[in-house]
Ligand binder design. Structure first.
Ligand SMILES: CC(C)(COP(=O)(O)OP(=O)(O)OC[C@H]1O[C@@H](n2cnc3c(N)ncnc32)[C@H](O)[C@@H]1OP(=O)(O)O)[C@@H](O)C(=O)NCCC(=O)NCCS
Length: 375
């Protein structure tokens, strides 16, 4: 970091009186610079707030907050195992203080904090992957997106015996129960789930809507839609699929011209729905795959492992021995052995790229972070 700027404080957690100025900085960079209103505080009220201020890591120069990154901890279920996941959000440096190493210093401090709070894995979503690679992150994890349109939505099972509702009042607890029954995903307290759903439309999740399939006040399935994307679902696969078919039909406006364009030249009709899912052979993804629906595979985000040995122990994979070798690690399992950098380690464990011919029967693990939990 440059010392020509005078007195530098941090990186460290925010003090009470610094939460407001830090939010101002985040809004300046993430909202106002994009011509958007300063909504960070209401878009992520659980992250950038007084109670989480120790996880709002900042650097001050001459009394001014100039760089920040936030951390939010979640317990994420991976089958019968639970991983502590630290989300990284709102990495910002004031435009007048960039290229002096403040961002790097805050990102490294975030890593120290991640270890301090006992996280196993760091997760982030970014348009600047190469900047994060410099500080140890790598793209990893797997997400499928399935594509529905008028030509294939009729392949989904029809929803018989259920009523379809838009909006969740009265059903939140049942939704949480269904969410928790899914083998993958974050343990959300009810209050957090409510807050995530009640947020005003954000530029990340515009038009957030919940659709429910109910049978005499019993919830069979729910889906959460943002625009034309299903970002979350829970319930038995047949019921979820039937609900998605119903939602598609409700949204599909057959009165819209199939040939006209809007003033920007785009075709008016967009009768399509994308469905984000974990990569799984059963449940909804299994049903979609059995129908041959088109899909794409993307990374879940950028990931960083805090400590490979303890991560493998948490996943019940003690049969793999890990020996540190400088920045890298040598992994041994019976006669199998490989040496991997930290970036290769996340790809081995979370996929999708195969960086080594090692324990291919165990990796990648089916880790998933539901988009509603993104920060
Ligand atoms: C991304 C961002 C946080 C980086 O902040 P920063 O404080 O400038 O970060 P750093 O100074 O550590 O690194 C930036 C560059 O300066 C270089 N640098 C680091 N220390 C330096 C120093 N002492 N002198 C000169 N250059 C330096 C780095 O190598 C890097 O170079 P590159 O861009 O050519 O690869 C900042 O550009 C930002 O706020 N962007 C907008 C918000 C955003 O999009 N955030 C990411 C969302 S996930």
């Amino acid at each position: 970091m440059s010392s020509v700027d005078g007195h530098i404080a941090g990186p460290r957690g925010c003090q009470e009186c610094e939460v407001g100025p830090t939010l101002d900085l985040i809004n300046l960079v993430m909202r106002r610079a994009e011509g958007l209103p300063p909504t960070i505080g209401s878009d992520y009220p659980h992250v950038y707030c007084g109670p989480n201020r120790e996880n709002m890591r900042v650097i001050k120069v001459n009394g001014r907050v100039v760089s920040h990154t936030g951390l939010f901890l979640s317990d994420v279920k991976v089958g019968q195992h639970i991983l502590r996941v630290a989300g990284l959000g709102c990495m910002v440096t004031h435009p007048g203080y960039r290229h002096q190493g403040y961002g790097t210093a805050v990102a490294e401090d975030w890593m120290r904090r991640m270890l301090e709070v006992g996280a196993d894995v760091g997760w982030l979503d970014t348009d600047f992957p190469d900047w994060y690679r410099r500080v140890g992150w790598e793209k990893a994890g797997r997400r499928h997106t399935y594509y529905l349109d008028r030509g294939n939505v009729g392949l989904l099972p029809s929803l018989s015996g259920y009523e379809v509702r838009c909006g969740y009042p009265g059903y939140l607890e049942q939704m949480l129960t269904l969410h928790r029954q899914h083998p993958l995903g974050t343990y959300r307290p009810l209050s957090l789930f409510k807050m995530l759903l009640n947020r005003p439309a954000t530029n990340r999740w515009p038009q957030l809507k919940a659709y429910l399939a109910t049978q005499e006040a019993q919830l069979g399935a729910y889906v959460i839609l943002s625009g034309n994307e299903v970002i979350e679902y829970a319930g038995a696969a047949q019921v979820v699929a039937g609900l998605i078919r119903e939602v598609f039909q409700r949204k599909d406006d057959v009165s819209i011209s199939t040939s006209d364009h809007d003033e920007t030249g785009r075709v008016l009709l967009q009768a399509s729905l994308a469905v984000c899912t974990p990569v799984l052979a059963n449940g909804l993804p299994g049903l979609f795959a059995s129908l041959g629906l088109p899909r794409s595979l993307t990374h879940l985000g950028m990931l960083r492992i805090a400590n490979l040995s303890s991560l493998l122990a948490k996943l019940g994979l003690e049969e793999i021995n890990v020996q540190p070798k400088g920045e890298a690690a040598v992994l041994t399992r019976g006669a199998e052995q490989c040496e991997l950098t930290p970036q290769e380690q996340v790809k081995l464990v979370f996929g999708p790229e195969r960086v080594a011919d090692f324990a291919t029967d165990l990796f990648p693990i089916p880790f998933y972070h539901w988009p509603l939990d993104y920060i």
